[in-house]
Design a protein. Structure first.
Length: 178
């Protein structure tokens, strides 16, 4: 797996969107690798962790989010699912799972139905330790403010609008990984 080659394939022009994607993804990858280094007992696959972190947002170019240089047509909420489809077409199932499971602290079928989200009614929650670490690390970095790293309390607060369960899960991860 060469995440950078995959990024160049889908973001051929060296423009603001590719630079933002790479900058954000490198921040997530570095944090995920720091967690792996501090917690050898988790036996994280660091090669996978790095490349999956680099690809977790690969689908953003297909979404409509002009504030972060995305001029596609899909709602931004679908960027994980769309990225997963790109990766599955290349036979990269494990990487696809990271993409579709990193929104918030994961989405359940019940949340999708209750909130009328434009996703199939199934669970999209991180299941492997690598999926959880990338999902967790992602919450510290906003593509809208790439120069900033959130503190644990700020990242938790940003999840509050999605409900207490997500904040609880995030804080459980913070106790485990920090």
């Amino acid at each position: 797996m060469d995440a950078f080659a995959f990024i160049r394939k889908h973001y051929p022009a060296d423009g603001p969107l590719r630079r933002l994607l790479v900058e954000h993804s490198l921040c997530v990858a570095r944090r995920a690798l720091r967690i792996a280094g501090r917690h050898p007992e988790l036996r994280l696959d660091t090669h996978f962790l790095f490349h999956a972190a680099m690809l977790h947002d690969i689908g953003i170019f297909l979404c409509d989010a002009p504030g972060i240089h995305c001029h596609g047509s899909a709602p931004y909420l679908l960027h994980g699912r769309l990225g997963a489809e790109l990766l599955r077409r290349e036979g990269l199932e494990a990487y696809a799972r990271v993409c579709e499971r990193h929104t918030g602290t994961g989405l359940t079928a019940a949340q999708i139905v209750q909130q009328g989200l434009p996703l199939p009614p199934q669970d999209f929650c991180p299941e492997t330790e690598e999926e959880r670490v990338i999902c967790y690390a992602d919450k510290f970095y906003s593509k809208s403010h790439p120069e900033r790293t959130k503190r644990v309390d700020e990242a938790a607060r940003s999840l509050a609008k999605f409900g207490a369960a997500g904040v609880e899960k995030f804080m459980e991860w913070a106790r485990r990984y920090e």
